[in-house]
Design a protein around this ligand. Structure first.
Ligand code: SF4
Ligand code: SF4
Length: 149
């Protein structure tokens, strides 16, 4: 069953990538799938509706729990991030000037999306999955996640 759930998640990511006009070849590369499977998904073949429904439930969890669930299914951080990136809205993060550069958020970040530059935390949104771990661990409450859906 876990394999089918991961397939459901990949299916949802395939649909989102196709909406963005990625080619079948590119979708297969991005999601580490073979092209024939991508083609089947695009044409709604070979995937149970149950797998898709369970995948939607996982994506409806808070981003941190979605990350944990997907990562436990695939054991692949990059693939987990890719699925979240294309299936959820991008988070918008602001780091306030109360940041003291302690680096706690950098250590907490599961995606290596943060770094300390000139005693301030900087986020690379290209790698952020919106898991909220940084803001939950920041001792000065300096990280605001403005939008995560
Ligand atoms: S944990 Fe908070 S105070 Fe520390 S570096 Fe990160 S944003 Fe700044
Ligand atoms: S929300 Fe914070 S901890 Fe989570 S991936 Fe983004 S920067 Fe890293």
């Amino acid at each position: 069953m876990p394999k089918h759930i991961l397939s459901g998640l990949k299916y949802l990511a395939v649909i989102e990538l196709r909406k963005l006009a990625f080619s079948t070849y590119d979708v297969a590369e991005i999601l580490k799938m073979d092209r024939s499977t991508v083609s089947h998904y695009i044409h709604d073949r070979n995937l149970s509706s149950n797998s898709i429904e369970v995948a939607k439930v996982i994506l409806d969890l808070c981003p941190q729990d979605s990350f944990k669930m997907i990562y436990s299914l695939c054991q692949d951080k990059h693939l987990t991030f890719t699925i979240l990136k294309y299936c959820l809205n991008n988070p918008k993060i602001t780091i306030k000037n109360t940041c003291i550069g302690c680096g706690v958020c950098v250590d907490a970040c599961i995606m290596d999306a943060l770094e300390i530059i000139n005693l301030n935390s900087k986020v690379n949104l290209d790698f952020c999955c919106g898991c909220l771990l940084c803001s939950e661990n920041c001792p000065t409450n300096s990280i605001e996640i403005l939008e995560v859906e």
